[in-house]
Design a protein around this ligand. Structure first.
Ligand SMILES: [Zn+2]
Length: 280
């Protein structure tokens, strides 16, 4: 019953034309379409279920407007894919990645340039989350110690990372985290360690002023189905750790009545207003 409850309290409050600006805390969040990944066989993500069925994964970036500045979470598929109307085949042709509208264009529509963003974090280093990471060299990078080591260590490809996606971040001011971190010091934007998918995978909890607390999933789970059924793909860096993370985050979400917004779940995201609209 509790699982159903979490879905049922899915409350959304879209931005209106004349918002009142918050003088403290989080004012609003933009959910930005950051591409799509079309797969030939979804059962790679749902072992034993829907074998051989094609599936479309959505992909999003999230821009938080806090009284102390802008924070970006994840950067989506690379903007250069916008020049490829048929997408880019990756992972041996099993996935085709699309990016119809570049992230820089979506930011521009909101009135933000990459240089305006001073706080930046990614759920993890995989290509569909780090595709445009190199744009954000003016920001403090918030990253788990284990992820930083995997990204900038000797063999990033071991974890499925493409170092050229984020090599410019090496020079960023970095806040290296072991566990949870309160980004603005007021409890409204909290990074939580959620390892398993990658060594230092993390999720973000944003306390929206009207919607309430929302957890941005990264790839902790890829689908609502995975969350409901405690499923993680076998290609994760550490499968038992992935399941332990799901258990821990479920307990947290239930205790704090936090909604889970799943980056790659196309169906769930259809209900969420997209930039240039925003949620509060
Ligand atoms: Zn991933």
């Amino acid at each position: 019953m509790k699982k159903i409850g979490l879905v049922a309290v899915f409350v959304l409050l879209a931005g209106c034309a004349t918002p009142t600006e918050q003088t403290s805390g989080v004012d609003r969040m933009y959910v930005i379409n950051c591409g799509e990944n079309h797969v030939k066989d979804v059962s790679r993500w749902t072992p034993g279920v829907n074998v051989g069925k094609p599936h479309v994964f959505s992909n999003h970036c999230y821009l938080v407007k806090h009284a102390k500045g802008w924070m970006l979470w994840d950067t989506g598929n690379a903007d250069r894919l916008a020049a490829m109307p048929n997408g880019l085949a990756v992972a041996g042709g099993t996935i085709t990645a699309y990016m119809k509208k570049p992230l820089v264009d979506s930011l521009k529509e909101i009135g933000v340039t990459p240089a305006d963003i001073k706080h930046f974090a990614m759920s993890h280093g995989h290509g569909d989350h780090s595709g445009n990471a190199n744009l954000f060299t003016a920001a403090t990078l918030y990253v788990q110690r284990a992820e930083y080591a995997a990204m900038f260590g000797e063999d990033p490809s071991k974890v499925g990372f493409i170092p050229s996606n984020f090599d410019k971040l090496r020079a960023n001011t970095a806040m290296i985290i072991d566990g949870d971190y309160d980004v603005f010091g007021d409890g409204t934007v909290t990074i939580k360690a959620a390892p398993g998918h990658t060594p230092g995978h993390q999720v973000l909890v944003v306390r929206l002023p009207k919607t309430g607390p929302v957890m941005l999933s990264g790839d902790m789970v890829h689908l609502q189905y995975s969350w409901n059924n405690r499923i993680a793909p076998s290609f994760n860096f550490n499968l038992p750790q992935s399941l332990a993370t799901i258990d821990a985050m479920k307990a947290y979400a239930e205790q704090t009545r936090t909604q889970l917004w799943i980056n790659h779940d196309l169906e769930q995201n259809a209900k969420i207003p997209k930039a240039p609209q925003f949620v509060q």
